[in-house]
Design a protein around this ligand. Structure first.
Ligand SMILES: [Zn+2]
Length: 123
């Protein structure tokens, strides 16, 4: 048997699937960590040559980038923790398994496609 029950009775991801997803998550974690380091590095550089207004908008873009990178990093780390605890792959809302095709695209997904849609529609 190449299958392992990972989270509840519904979610059955194979060990191979999990290995691919974990590699994907670890790659994303590294990428985001490097991105945040880069952003933090540029923060200390004062660009006096740039007109003030332009520098401000540049800072705003940088802050947005940093915020979204940090958000993804948090999600990715949470997904890795769930994986370690064997709770990975189940929707946080309906507890049904998240489709493998969805996890392959968004390995840090907390919700199944249906619940994600409901959440986004409810905003
Ligand atoms: Zn769901």
């Amino acid at each position: 048997m190449n299958h392992q029950i990972v989270a509840g009775r519904h979610t059955i991801l194979s060990i191979d699937d999990l290995a691919v997803l974990r590699a994907n998550l670890e790659e994303q974690r590294l990428f985001r960590q490097e991105q945040l380091q880069q952003i933090a590095g540029t923060a200390t550089v004062r660009t006096d040559a740039v007109p003030e207004r332009q520098a401000d908008s540049h800072l705003a873009v940088r802050d947005k980038l940093a915020a979204s990178a940090r958000m993804v990093l948090t999600d990715v780390e949470a997904a890795l923790t769930r994986m370690d605890q064997g709770r990975y792959g189940a929707c946080h809302l309906c507890c049904r398994p998240i489709a493998l095709e969805r996890l392959m695209i968004v390995p840090q997904a907390r919700y199944c496609a249906h619940c994600q849609q409901v959440r986004e529609a409810g905003r």
